[in-house]
Design a binder for this molecule. Structure first.
Ligand code: TYM
Length: 372
């Protein structure tokens, strides 16, 4: 139970007797403190860079929906500033923001209980990011695999500053709301390490302010692989559209992509992500879609060859995705409503972001508003 109002009611029932009142006051206080400490602040983000794929869905969005409740503070951000690190056209960006918002709602994100908003509508993200950038050593960032990858992939060996400082902005996203939990795929774990390191060093300098942040993910389907090349993770930017299933794909596209998924020469269905990445990827997808374990999936597939199993997995994916696709097509038509959802979310996010940012300014000694 995380609802404090029921405890307040309990306390209110005993005000007459002084002794009882004090006793219950202490009890309720202790319980309330425990409950407040248990309250989670959940934050996560997704880039508006196209229609989410089943990797995004299983690694993140499925958790986002399942985690929703009345008692926690939940923020799901469409991290548009992050997506500027790979330049896209104005029309693409605008469209993608609406597409992602519609996808979140179609998956079951509820904007009444959850704050759904655009990152760039809350300026404190970039303000805090600057502060973090002034504290995190460049050498620390250089150790992130991302830094090396970007250097290697950029033609002139330099590239844009935003690509290197991306993890700094991500740390700011999480800490701006003092998030305790981040539901995300495996690729985000490295960022969480940086976030916690930064939070610790900030707390050492200024007193305990930021909480420790935990990642929420299911190791079985936290890293879904590309169907065409199961050595790499499924990605919105992978070269072949056949490597990923997007949430809006038709039933026949889903069947055809899974049918053509690269596996290996063994026809048996066994779970071995290291040595049989292709077939293990199908098992992981099956597990995520049906909430079963790899052992259960293999038991279901014990008399099937990979060809037959692909068909079963495709049906499981269709069962989950076709209602989402239908809802998406409906919701996506109404941009006015989608904008209202984002505006309302931004208003709510700004209240918390502003308050936390003011406290951070105070700790840094740059908030002189209180001096008369
Ligand atoms: P993005 O937009 O690349 O992905 C959104 C979420 O989907 C997860 N994901 C996957 N999970 C399993 N298998 C895959 N193949 C797969 N591909 C993507 C990602 O782990 C992510 O949870 N940097 C983030 C956005 C971000 C963020 C944040 C996330 C910005 N600030 C703060 C968490 C907290 C990103 O690029 O996500």
């Amino acid at each position: 139970m995380r609802n404090i109002s029921s405890l307040r009611c309990l306390f209110c029932a005993y005000p007459k007797n002084k002794f009882l009142s004090k006793y219950f006051s202490n009890q309720v206080h202790r319980k309330a403190e425990q409950i407040i400490n248990e309250k989670r602040v959940i934050f996560s983000g997704i880039q508006p860079t196209g229609i989410p794929h089943i990797g995004n869905y299983l690694g993140a969005l499925k958790h986002w929906v399942e985690l929703q409740n009345e008692s926690d503070d939940i923020y799901y951000s469409i991290v548009d500033l992050h997506s500027l690190t790979i330049p896209k056209s104005r029309d693409f960006m605008r469209d993608s923001i609406f597409n992602i918002t519609a996808c979140l709602l179609a998956c079951g994100v509820n904007p009444d209980t959850t704050v759904v908003y655009q990152q760039s509508s809350v300026p404190e993200h970039t303000q805090l990011s600057w502060v973090i950038g002034c504290i995190v050593p460049v050498n620390r960032l250089k150790h992130l695999p991302q830094w090396k990858e970007k250097l290697e992939s950029s033609i002139d060996g330099g590239g844009h500053i935003g690509r290197y400082t991306y993890p700094v902005l991500q740390t700011a996203d999480i800490l701006l709301y003092k998030a305790t939990h981040v539901p995300a795929g495996e690729d985000q774990a490295i960022h969480l390490v940086l976030t916690n390191e930064f939070a610790k060093s900030f707390n050492r300098m200024h007193g305990k302010f930021f909480p420790e942040t935990q990642m929420i993910s299911n190791p079985t389907f936290a890293r879904i692989r590309d169907f065409r090349d199961p050595r790499v993770k499924m990605s919105k930017s992978s070269p072949s559209i056949n490597g990923r299933i997007e949430l809006t794909d038709t039933d026949s596209e889903i069947h055809s992509k899974i049918k053509r998924a690269v596996t290996d020469c063994t026809s048996q269905v066994t779970y071995d992500p290291e040595n049989r990445p292709g077939v293990s990827n199908l098992i992981q997808i099956h597990c995520g879609m049906c909430n079963i374990t790899p052992e259960e999936a293999c038991a279901i597939a014990c008399n099937m060859d990979t060809g037959k199993y692909k068909s079963l997995v495709a049906d499981a994916v269709i069962d989950q995705l076709s209602p989402i696709r239908e809802k998406y097509l409906n919701i996506r038509k109404d941009e006015v409503k989608l904008k209202m959802v984002l505006d309302h979310g931004a208003e709510r996010a700004r209240v918390v972001a502003k308050s936390n940012w003011e406290s951070i300014r105070e700790l840094l000694g740059i908030n002189i508003a209180e001096i008369s």
